[in-house]
Design a protein around this ligand. Sequence first.
Ligand code: MN
Ligand code: MN
Length: 466
Amino acid sequence: MSDKKSKGQRLQKELSYHKQNYYELADKAERKAIFAYADGYMKFLDAAKTEREACDFAVRTAQKAGFTEFRFGDALHAGDKKYFVNRGKSVVVFRVGTLPLEEDGLRIIASHIDAPRIDIKQNPLYEDSGMAFLKTHYYGGIKKYQWTAIPLALHGVIALKNGETVKIRIGEDPKDPVFYINDLLPHLGQEQMSGHASKLIDGEQLNVLVGGLPYPDEDVSDKIKLNVLDILHDKYGITEEDFLSAELSAVPAFSARDVGFDRALIGAYGHDDRVCAYPALTAVVDNETPHTVLAMLVDKEEIGSEGNTGIQSKVYEDLMEEISVALGANFRKVRAHSKCLSSDVTAAFDPNFAGVYEKMNAAILSCGTAMCKFTGSRGKSGSNDANAEFIGEVRKMFADEGVVWQTSELGKVDVGGGGTVAKFVANLNIDTVDLGVPVISMHAPWEVISKADLYSNYRAFLAFMK
Ligand code: MN
Ligand code: MN
């Protein structure tokens, strides 16, 4: 074979579009950077399993880099480094740029820090047949059967009547106990296993096992429950009534780990969407830019972006307006010139389930962060459907900075789909497109991503901020 390429080969290279594996394209130094960046991300994953913990992590990270808290009404100046906390569950970290805001607009990277999990009900504790349990109501779209028979940790807060808040985080330290949702043994599972997978376990069967030791007093009933209450009272000063104003979640007690002989991949709970939130945070915290840039880490995406911590809340619009006013800019003009990367994960093509994907348009693992022009399902319903002109603009930003990226669609047209925060940001008259990391086994207790795609996502944000 000669080295010389035929005319057809040259033409093919020139005219055709192909996805390329980022690991293959990266030189030695870039591979090193890919792996080094993943280390920091994995520490974030272990420190931040709930939106509150992710919010705290972001604030600590920003503070270390000299960012200070912004409150409505505060003055702002070019070069300011600020963060805005919304009820401890969402945070916007931002830099004020030097370019005129009315012409340049805001550059927004919007990601979410909530993840599917098992929430504890408000009156949860009971005992039955030698065991104490907590009743739950799951949060987000899960395959319920995946959450049984794995170690779980309890995270959250208990708000007391006196205004104090008790933080709970049990099951992450190797010395801690963990919790558990029972499943049926296969020996007795014949009927269960012949049923529909969504019915393998009911929502009301997702009860978290929390105890088995009876309180030593012959004169009381529900001794195991009482003993659990006694422990909770000793340790946290709480009574059963305090569950009424608690937000407790059972999350997988697993840590983030390298996956594969070559360590190319990361397995962890909650890549969706911390794999976009972390690059958004670090891009804005660690890098100067002439633009006014916002890393938005929001809550409640998994249940429709509702409530005053979800992106549909006016608080984010208010913040953008406050920034505009503080800089003497007309908010409507600022919005009209703003741009947003709605950064959320997408499904990576999985050859084990090839039938649900349309491979030409599916995200391929390690081919870079994936842009979705439209999300939604069955006729693009519920989609932002980004404008071609804006995608063209973003393509140029990525090309100028040598970002390896790909396009994606979540699955076959008639099979299903999903939504993101994109449409809510776009509704503000802001050009918005979805861009995020492809995930294997999305919404499972332990999901998998590629370190190359994580780093590509970070590089994409840097290009967007350039
Ligand atoms: Mn998501
Ligand atoms: Mn999700």
